[in-house]
Design a binder for this molecule. Structure first.
Ligand code: ASP
Length: 361
């Protein structure tokens, strides 16, 4: 039997959450969960695929699978697998830059619109295709996130080999980073044997970010997403970025659209920006406007001086990519001017300009 007092308290909580959430998202309070008019009765809108810039081959593969009737999740994962196995992409899978101890630790997440389910792995070692493992977490467990050894054990259980993912190219970058880190330890960067003033040869190695995100709408109008990465180069072992966190590295709602990110994961994690973008699109924002809204939110939340330039703006970049259920695409980044991402439809793939908050020099 229902309890009147408990029900009315529950109603109050639901109502105040709705108003609170709408206020958080900006603008006048609206009923949370309402879908903006442009998505109603519009399905199907596929094929549509979006991908970060490094997904040249991934987007073609995903489009091919969708055009032959495949599900969007199958398509995006097969697409990014090409980048995960590519030793030349140092930001994803095999060949990805390692952590501070020289170990490649990978993060990935997937989300399947029709079932509204998600799966992810974080800090997984020795498995070349973390996105496939994330898809198996979604399909073959009652969980959402598996990490580290548990994620690897689960992959092995499903027949994945454990492989050495550290290429020579990535190892050499890590050695350079380690040797140039400090002149107070015993690792020395390359120098002449009799060189005096060894301190002057230290050259800090850039710590790069890099990731691939891919979202798609299939011929049935269903939406799915994947993000996969080796994360921040030379990170503290065990660090989890935004990529495998549902709502940060990606988010997907079959009725509204999908969004994903690349760039400084810590900033995105503190704003759950992919979720924010999808919720903005639910309220009627275009994909591009929703991405810029998320960039602005991150800029507004960047309050520490060590993360700001001399004008108080974030001194890092984050990029977002989005599509809505009507098939429109858009993207945005904090710092830009000539950034692009990839999109594809039944006519093939093309580059789209990323909107930006601040123009890079
Ligand atoms: N967002 C990823 C991370 O922070 C890296 C990247 O996209 O560049 O792990």
């Amino acid at each position: 039997m229902s309890h009147p007092e408990r029900n009315s308290r529950r109603d109050f909580i639901l109502k105040s959450t709705a108003v609170g959430l709408a206020a958080t998202l900006g603008g006048a309070p609206r009923v949370v969960g309402a879908v903006a008019d442009q998505f109603k009765a519009k399905k199907p809108a596929g094929p549509v695929v979006i991908c970060s810039r490094n997904g040249e081959r991934a987007i073609v593969k995903a489009l091919e699978i969708i055009q032959s009737g495949g599900d969007a999740l199958e398509a995006v994962v097969a697409g990014v697998n090409l980048v995960e196995e590519d030793p030349n992409d140092t930001s994803v899978g095999y060949g990805g830059l390692p952590n501070a101890l020289g170990v490649v630790q990978l993060d990935s997440a997937v989300m399947h619109g029709p079932t509204a389910r998600a799966g992810s792995v974080a800090c997984i070692e020795g498995i070349m295709y973390p996105s496939k493992v994330a898809k198996l977490v979604l399909e073959r467990t009652d969980h959402v996130n598996l990490v580290a050894q548990g994620a690897q054990d689960f992959a092995v259980m499903h027949g994945f080999p454990v492989e050495d993912l550290l290429t020579d190219r990535a190892r050499e970058r890590w050695v350079r980073w380690r040797e140039n880190l400090s002149n107070q330890d015993d690792y020395l960067p390359a120098h002449e044997a009799d060189e005096k003033g060894i301190g002057s040869v230290y050259q800090p190695e850039a710590r790069t970010w890099g990731t691939i995100h891919c979202s798609a709408i299939d011929l049935a109008g269903n939406i799915s997403s994947v993000t996969t990465t080796s994360g921040l180069a030379f990170k503290i072992p065990g660090r989890v970025g935004d990529s495998p966190i549902i709502g940060a590295g990606l988010y997907c709602d079959n009725e509204v659209g999908a969004a994903g990110s690349t760039g400084r994961g810590e900033a995105n994690l503190e704003s759950l920006a992919s979720f924010l973008i999808v919720e903005r699109m639910r309220e009627g924002d275009s994909p591009q406007d929703a991405c810029l809204f998320a960039c602005q939110r991150i800029a507004d939340h960047t309050k520490l001086a060590r993360l700001q330039d001399e004008n108080g703006r974030p001194d890092f970049n984050v990029k977002f990519y989005a599509l809505n259920a009507a098939g429109e695409v858009g993207g945005g980044e904090i710092w830009g001017g000539n950034g692009t991402f990839r999109a594809a439809n039944s006519e093939g793939s093309y580059l789209v300009d990323l909107a930006y908050l601040y123009k890079s020099e």
